[in-house]
Write a protein that binds this ligand. Structure first.
Ligand code: SAM
Length: 489
């Protein structure tokens, strides 16, 4: 290890930044997280630095650097963009034993700047000694995802409790166990979701040595979490945080198993959902499971594909939970249509051309979907069909019967964002044939009315173009209306 990690106390310390450009501004932004007295020396400065100077938040000296500027400084940053000047600042600082950092020049620096994950007062610093800053950024991103935004609140709460707990629990080993329980268990989860009353109850039960079972009954709660279309990288930060808090996961069929890796290993897993032609858990049963687990005082993560509010039956689960007096939170997710459109580069609205976009489902409990076919068949209509593969012939028939142009563009994305993803571009006229010939399966989104190559944005390498080779007359199972429409092509 060449660079030894340290955290410098900059409270009220004097820190000098030489340079007034963008890099110097970035350093000042970072330093302003502390209460250091910041001085900037530069002949020209950015608007941001000038405004901070005007507000007396920093001190700006508009002239060339002088060695005496280093007097009384705890640290100095050189970010002038001029290598000779940076080197001069470095020499002057080292001559006075003032620690110096020169931007992008470790050879001229006596300390380097790590990548930082800031959850004040918890700070994580990551450095690779300049070997691979990209790796440091990767670790930073990972930690940013894993540590809840309000993680610092938990640390501040612990700080505030230190004295009380030290008095209440004099034995060091017992105290350590108590801290572990508080900072890793229900107390932590209550704090992180802002449930102060609940946290207070848990703390009181712990401090008064009550049997945990005899402690006031802890209310469970449920988060309905949108887990996106499959790619775990599309999870939101909040989804990951809620996953980590959960005691029990109630998991839908379409949720990628990789998503579960973000949950605690000891979290119980209950798999529910509807496999076409396979085992099915009824919605009523899922509702019962959610209520049962939450009433047992557990933190429940209900994992759903895509977004919970888009064909996700979240409303029914919310109603059941609310009727049972259980707190429920909805964590939005990336819905399949948006993810699939992004994968193939298909904008779902286009300035001046596509001003409205809707999502419809081709599946209903009753069988045949009762959609407004006339509206959908209009030339201005653009929409995404969920659960539409099985009903593709019906979709095609009804749209053509309602007057849709058989040449209406259609894009199908199957298993969007997963390794097995496939995408096809065809026309409404060829939709059924395309699905049958290429054995398109579920899950898939069918986009209708979005011209995949018109905008020139679609990524052609991701899309297979399907045009029927047989003449229209040879296509079986078309009713008269459809055959007439096709004949007009
Ligand atoms: C019950 S709906 C759930 C939709 C989900 N709530 C959402 O917002 O994406 C299931 C349908 O979503 C679509 N779907 C879900 N994941 C998909 C994926 N990875 N690729 C393509 N379509 C997907 C398919 O149309 C599938 O039949």
């Amino acid at each position: 290890m060449r660079y030894f990690p340290l955290f410098a106390d900059l409270a009220k310390a004097h820190v000098l930044v030489v340079g007034g450009g963008e890099q110097a501004t970035q350093k000042v932004r970072l330093l302003r997280k502390t209460s250091a007295h910041i001085t900037v020396v530069a002949e020209a400065v950015t608007d941001e630095l000038r405004e901070l100077g005007d507000q007396s938040a920093i001190w700006v000296i508009r002239r060339a650097f002088l060695a005496r500027d280093l007097d009384g400084q705890r640290l100095v940053y050189a970010a002038t963009g001029d290598r000779l000047l940076d080197a001069a600042v470095s020499r002057a600082a080292r001559a006075r034993s003032v620690p110096v950092n020169v931007v992008d020049a470790p050879g001229l620096s006596t300390f380097i700047m790590p990548a930082i994950v800031d959850r004040d007062p918890v700070t994580v610093a990551i450095a690779t000694e300049g070997a691979a800053p990209v790796l440091a950024r990767e670790i930073k991103t990972l930690l940013e995802t894993l540590l809840p935004a309000n993680f610092g609140t938990l640390a501040k709460r612990a700080q505030a409790l230190r004295e009380t707990i030290a008095k209440a629990v004099p034995d060091a080993r017992t105290r350590r166990r108590l801290w572990e329980r508080l900072l890793q268990g229900p107390f932590r989860r209550a704090i992180l979701r802002g449930a102060e009353d609940e946290a207070g109850r848990i703390l009181a039960a712990e401090l008064h040595g009550e049997d945990r079972l005899a402690a006031p009954r802890m209310t469970g709660r449920v988060a309905l979490i949108g887990c996106g279309p499959g790619d775990p990288d599309l999870l939101t930060l909040k989804a990951v945080q809620r996953l980590q808090e959960a005691d029990v996961l109630v998991v839908d069929r379409l949720v990628n198993p990789k998503v579960l890796e973000y949950a605690r290993r000891d979290a119980e897993r209950i798999f529910v959902g509807k496999t076409p032609g396979g085992p099915t858990t009824s919605q009523a049963e899922i509702n019962r499971i959610l209520v049962r687990e939450a009433e047992a005082g557990k933190v429940v993560a209900r994992l759903k594909g895509g977004d919970p509010f888009i064909f996700g039956r979240a409303a029914e689960e919310m109603a059941a939970l609310q009727a049972a007096g259980i707190g429920v939170e909805v964590v939005p997710g990336v819905t399949a249509a948006h993810a699939c459109a992004a994968r193939v580069g298909l904008p779902v609205t286009l300035r001046e051309r596509v001003r409205q976009f809707s999502v419809v489902t081709a599946a209903t409990a009753e069988g045949e979907p009762d959609l407004d076919w006339q509206a959908l068949a209009s030339a201005r209509s653009a929409f995404a069909v969920y659960m539409g593969v099985g009903n593709a012939p019906l979709l095609r028939k009804n749209l053509l019967a309602a007057g849709a142009d058989p040449a209406t563009p259609v894009v199908i994305v199957e298993n969007g964002t997963l390794e097995s993803e496939r995408a096809f571009a065809t026309t409404l006229c060829d939709l059924t044939d395309c699905v049958a010939t290429l054995a398109v399966g579920s899950p898939a989104v069918i986009f209708v009315g979005l011209d995949w190559d018109e905008a020139g944005l679609c990524r052609p390498e991701t899309v297979t173009v399907y045009r029927r080779r047989q003449p229209a007359a040879n296509v079986p199972a078309l009713d008269d209306t459809v055959a007439n429409a096709e004949a007009a092509l």
